[in-house]
Design a binder for this molecule. Structure first.
Ligand SMILES: Nc1ncnc2c1ncn2[C@@H]1O[C@H](COP(=O)(O)OP(=O)(O)OP(=O)(O)O)[C@@H](O)[C@H]1O
Length: 267
């Protein structure tokens, strides 16, 4: 039987008729759902389905056009955007970059102590980067950089972890090491949400899945969400979406959409 996580990570994340977009052009429409505390959830969908848009909004990087979102405001979030926007040419060592994960403990004027240094080295060891502490970032391979970014996430020790395609361009060995970290965070009761394309990986590692195609297609236990019928519907909904559509005039009170349904995710 599934053992519940020791403590709720963050409150349940609730989206109420959430519409997101850019320059008032909607990219994700009228999503309503609830994600239970401590969920390990994969966010999947066709290219351009709005996955990055949704996870950016969850991370607080994008303000909703309409609707409401609750559960993450005011919480510490460990957030890793797609193809990390880190400037690798910046002259900084691996340890210095990873140490930024301790910001919540050290603060702007705090002193970096021997204990902080030990925590950095421990995090680097956990991702297999012992010995790389003094390397500059531009001397890391793509996989090593991703490991270093995960070391920073470890130090952030946030109750919610949001990752956008963290295994793109990363080899199998690195992926499986980093997946083990996701499972560790899940066991610790954190809420972990990850944008992914590899459905075999999702089936093998993620108890819950959210399938998006500009609107919510389905959200719940992975085996129930990743069906041919749902994928077919996702493709049709995505193809039918008009990128040039003006902002939807419907209000949260009056709007009903045939394809949008509230879903509840359980750990
Ligand atoms: N900064 C932006 N400005 C304007 N439009 C954007 C911006 N970012 C994304 N979009 C548009 O929003 C829609 C959803 O894009 P998004 O990147 O969220 O999809 P995705 O599911 O993450 O795609 P992929 O699987 O290809 O990474 C697309 O039509 C995209 O062109």
């Amino acid at each position: 039987m599934h053992k519940p996580p020791p403590q709720p990570a963050v409150p349940a994340i609730e989206l109420h008729d959430l519409t997101l977009g850019y320059d008032r052009h909607p990219a994700v429409h009228h999503v309503s759902l609830r994600i239970a505390p401590g969920s390990l959830l994969a966010l999947v969908g066709p290219n351009g389905a709005g996955k990055s848009t949704l996870i950016k909004a969850l991370a607080g990087e994008l303000r909703p056009i309409s609707g409401a979102m609750s559960g993450l405001a005011g919480q510490r979030i460990a957030w890793l955007p797609q193809h990390s926007e880190l400037d690798r040419s910046f002259p900084v060592t691996v340890r210095d970059m990873v140490a930024l994960g301790l910001w919540h403990r050290v603060g702007a004027f705090g002193r970096f102590t021997a204990e902080h240094r030990r925590l950095c080295d421990e995090a680097l060891a956990a991702v297999g980067l012992t010995g790389f502490e003094q390397r500059s970032l531009d001397a890391l391979s793509g996989g090593q950089l991703q490991r270093a970014l995960f070391a920073r996430l470890i130090l952030q020790d946030a109750p919610a972890v949001l990752l956008d395609e963290p295994f793109a361009a990363v080899d199998n060995r690195t992926t499986s090491d980093l997946l083990a970290l996701l499972h560790r965070w899940h066991r610790q009761g954190k809420t972990v949400i990850v944008v992914l394309h590899d459905l075999a990986q999702v089936r093998a590692h993620f108890p819950l899945t959210l399938l998006l195609a500009r609107e919510l297609v389905a959200c719940g236990p992975t085996a129930e969400v990743l069906t041919d019928a749902h994928w077919g519907r996702a493709q049709r909904m995505h193809e039918a979406f008009d990128d040039e559509a003006p902002l939807c005039a419907a209000t949260p009170d009056t709007h009903t959409h045939p394809h949008t349904h509230a879903a509840e995710a359980f750990t």
